[in-house]
Ligand binder design. Structure first.
Ligand code: KG4
Ligand code: ZN
Length: 353
């Protein structure tokens, strides 16, 4: 079947068409069309995403992107249903995508299915590009443990089947990506600081840079599987205030210390979750998983536990509509797409709702 995916939850406007077949044990996905329009340049000047501006951009972009994937509102395409993100995210942005999907659904007489953006991030690993892992039978063996790390989320999710998710732990304050972006800002790196901060950290490792004056604490580990990054963020702030002027070398060292501390926490919590639960597949996804250092460390951990590990292809780590269409394919086995479904944007939608 063919599915049109629509994603507008934050600062990326994205459309996709996928062709999907096979049962839930062995889904086969082919990307037919894929387009993402990033608004990063628009939001740089605000140092973060400005919802009203993002909404306006989504409204402008959607018809243009539709044309770019060769679809027209007045010409019914060969598509079985439309999968659209309804949460979590910025509500004005979510509504833009939902309204657009409803208009197309009516114009074409094609049913709709509302999709949880975070289920989309999980589903993105079905396109893992590593040939040894790609689309083999039981690509995702259950139960799985997923670590979802993005600009707005940090959570450990456990599932015994598609659609049944239990949140084992989540962040009590900032999300990982948010912490990267905020520390980036402290170091004068434009929004979103994550990728550049991580690049600087990598440079510090390659150049073996070290400074006894610039060390950052490893986060205390409480018993729960919840995360907290505010202490680390404050530690970075104090460190920066103490150093009057920051040299390029010091900047790299701060970036490395920050990333080491983040990775240390992610690994320790994930290890705990792996120890406490039966896990056949470990999934890590969300925008921050573009980070190769985090990927490497999670892979080592899973090797230790002899658990299969799946990441999305690098280019599908950030927000996109392919993952929404794939999540749509998985969801249509449990809920039929419908012409009359009432879709309401839910900014705080969780995976266990
Ligand atoms: O999933 P995503 O595209 O959007 C949300 O749904 O939040 O994630 C974006 C986040 C941003 O905070 C960005 O700085 C972060 O992912 N990010 C990274 C890297 N690439 C993107 N953080 C650390 N290292 C990276 N290489
Ligand atoms: Zn996302």
């Amino acid at each position: 079947m063919k599915i049109l995916g629509i994603e507008t939850s934050c600062d990326e406007t994205a459309l996709s068409i996928i062709e999907a077949s096979g049962d839930l044990d062995n889904p086969q996905i082919t990307i037919l069309k894929e387009i993402v329009n990033s608004q990063i340049e628009t939001h740089k000047k605000y140092g973060g995403v400005f919802p009203a501006e993002a909404k306006k951009r989504h409204q402008e972009n959607l018809p243009i992107l539709l044309e770019k994937i060769d679809l027209r509102k007045d010409n019914k395409p060969d598509i079985d249903f439309i999968a659209v993100t309804y949460g979590p995210g910025l509500e004005p942005c979510l509504w833009t995508g939902i309204t657009f999907a409803q208009e197309l659904s009516k114009a074409w007489n094609i049913p709709l299915l509302p999709i949880n953006h975070m289920e989309g991030h999980i589903a993105s690993v079905l396109l893992s590009r590593d040939p040894s892992k790609r689309q083999d039978k039981n690509a995702v063996a259950f139960p799985f443990l997923a670590l979802l790390i993005s600009g707005a989320h940090t959570e450990l999710v456990y599932a015994t089947e598609w659609g049944k998710y239990k949140i084992l732990g989540k962040t009590l304050d900032d999300a990982v990506g948010e912490a990267y972006d905020k520390v980036g800002r402290m170091l004068d790196i434009p929004y979103p600081g994550g990728p550049e901060l991580s690049r600087l950290a990598q440079k510090a490792r390659e150049e073996h840079l070290q400074d006894d004056e610039i060390t950052l604490p490893r986060m205390m580990l409480n018993k729960s599987l919840d995360f907290s990054f505010s202490g680390l963020k404050t530690a970075v702030l104090y460190k920066i205030q103490k150093l009057e002027k920051i040299s390029d070398i010091q900047k790299k060292i701060i970036a490395k210390e920050f990333e080491d501390s983040v990775v240390d926490l992610l690994i320790r919590k994930t290890r705990k979750a792996l120890e406490k639960n039966e896990v056949k597949t470990f999934i890590a996804s969300g925008g921050v998983i573009a980070n190769t250092y985090i990927r490497e460390n999670l892979t080592k951990l899973c090797d230790e536990f002899e658990v299969k590990v799946l990441f999305p292809p690098q280019e599908l780590s950030g927000d996109n509509a392919v993952m929404i269409a794939i999540a749509g394919y998985l969801k249509q086995f449990r809920e039929k797409p419908s012409m009359n479904v009432e879709i309401i944007a839910k900014g705080n939608l969780t995976l266990d709702q």
